[in-house]
Design a protein around this ligand. Structure first.
Ligand code: GLP
Length: 241
């Protein structure tokens, strides 16, 4: 796992956006794995700017979201679908038939997980997987204890994740479950880029970088991948020796 440290969160986000833009320009039919979360706001803001100033076409690229909450009405403003339509797919001009999220409105959710895996496979796999990290080390919504060969499935959100994401729900009840790509699914991406910024992430980044691969820190699975890059700002990297 390589590590890049930037002076500011904004520079780290800009670098991430540039990596995505480079791929979209070099390979217009690329497949992106897409993350949500507050850390990504700045990335998608930079990416939309690059798209506008450099005029590249995203209409034949495919995007696969990492995860989606279960139990929210379709297009609820707290759903990841809503977040991605608003921050990424709309501004970048993705073709809506090329954007995918786990189908949490399917009548058979186990089958929906399996079908999501098939969609990714049929598309030829993910070229660049963007990731954030939870305070407990989760990637997508693979909470501590998730197996490194786990696949797209229903998961229970940990108390820590619910507390951390609760402010985004502005007083509304946050779901108890979600559907997430598994760690095994994520590791099949050709390149992985995990972005973490700010002091709140410093402790888990220290555990990730200095610790062994272990299922209590799900992000440590990145160490099993040949092309995984950890992108940090100085604050998230502040406890690294
Ligand atoms: C959510 C997402 C994760 C993301 C994490 C970190 O739980 N499902 O993919 O990595 O939040 O979010 P934030 O960037 O808001 O700290």
């Amino acid at each position: 796992m390589d590590i890049k440290i930037f002076e500011s969160a904004d520079q780290a986000a800009q670098f991430t956006a540039e990596e995505m833009a480079k791929l979209l320009k070099e390979k217009p039919q690329c497949k992106l794995g897409i993350a949500t979360g507050r850390t990504m706001n700045a990335v998608y803001h930079h990416l939309a700017y690059l798209h506008k100033s450099q005029q590249f076409d995203c209409s034949s690229a495919k995007a696969f979201a990492l995860d989606e909450y279960i139990g929210l009405p379709e297009n609820d403003e707290n759903s990841y679908k809503h977040y991605l339509d608003f921050h990424l797919f709309g501004p970048m001009g993705f073709n809506s038939s090329n954007t995918y999220l786990p189908d949490v409105h399917h009548e058979n959710l186990d089958l929906a997980g399996f079908e999501y895996e098939q969609l990714i496979k049929k598309a030829g796999g993910v070229d660049l997987q963007i990731l954030g990290i939870g305070l407990n080390g989760h990637i997508a919504l693979n909470e501590p204890g998730s197996a490194h060969d786990s696949r797209t499935r229903i998961v229970a959100l940990s108390q820590k994740t619910r507390e951390s994401n609760a402010p985004l729900f502005k007083g509304k009840e946050i779901p108890l479950t979600a559907m997430t790509m598994g760690i095994g699914t994520i590791l099949e991406g050709k390149r992985l880029l995990l972005l973490a910024t700010g002091t709140t992430k410093a402790k888990i980044i220290q555990q990730l970088v200095n610790g062994d691969v272990n299922s209590q820190v799900p992000a440590s699975a990145l160490k099993l991948h040949e092309r995984a890059l950890l992108v940090l700002d100085k604050e998230a990297a502040s406890l690294l020796g």
